[in-house]
Design a protein around this ligand. Structure first.
Ligand SMILES: [Zn+2]
Length: 225
């Protein structure tokens, strides 16, 4: 068996050795100040199966994260579907959707900004409309809607009733967006994740647990750096 390389060794006043496998696969070892190299190497060797497994699952996860280069044929999510990108010589707007995306050749170097702007604009229109619909249907009050750039939170609800949603949500399927909206609207009544909160979510969306699980398992699809 080949020896596992330690990418970074951090010594501190801790009592035990800890291993951290970063998302890029780097192995960081945290060790007590006096731990010998031999002890550390033996510890790492004893955990080689775990390190290998962790690296493999992170690799698999990384491979599902789309890398965007704004090239012809590349796929982009919108409302749970993937649409190919076309690069065109020139068009009225730098980025258009008809459906299927087309990006003007001169806008390619700024593709990321054009897409983000487009997603953000769509998110504002679509989410505002859905929030309004559900608020009326379930007689829930909110102050206003904010479209954020949050990377890890799909939505949030402030104590004063501002509902925030990340623009990234517009890439997800409509039924998933509805779950996030109803989740945040339920927080206007229950500012916590108590059983009463989940009961309220369930009363509006009986299969919410399926949507919640789906979002947890698939959120990397809508990852966008
Ligand atoms: Zn919540």
């Amino acid at each position: 068996m080949s020896k596992i390389e330690i990418n970074e060794l951090v010594r501190s006043r801790r009592k035990t050795i800890a291993l951290i496998v970063h998302t890029d696969g780097r192995l960081v070892v945290r060790a007590p100040l006096r731990a010998s190299q031999k002890l550390i190497d033996e510890f790492v060797a004893s955990k080689s199966d775990w390190i290998e497994k962790t690296r493999q699952s992170q690799q698999a996860r990384r491979e599902t994260i789309p890398q965007h280069h704004f090239a012809e044929g590349e796929l982009f999510w919108y409302l749970g579907k993937q649409y190919p990108l076309k690069i065109v010589k020139s068009q009225h707007m730098a980025l258009q959707f008809q459906p299927g995306f087309s990006l003007a050749l001169k806008a390619v170097p700024h593709g990321k900004a054009w897409f983000e702007g487009w997603y953000r604009a769509q998110a504002r229109i679509y989410i505002s409309q859905r929030v309004g619909f559900f608020a009326q249907r379930y007689n829930l009050r909110y102050q206003k809607i904010r479209i954020s750039s949050a990377r890890t939170r799909w939505g949030s609800c402030s104590a004063c009733g501002t509902l925030s949603f990340t623009w990234r949500l517009i890439m997800a399927p409509p039924e998933i967006i509805d779950y996030v909206i109803l989740h945040e609207l339920a927080h206007t009544v229950q500012h916590n994740h108590s059983p009463q909160f989940w009961a309220l979510v369930e009363s509006m969306l009986p299969d919410y647990a399926v949507k919640r699980k789906w979002l947890k398992q698939n959120s990397q699809l809508f990852h966008w750096e």
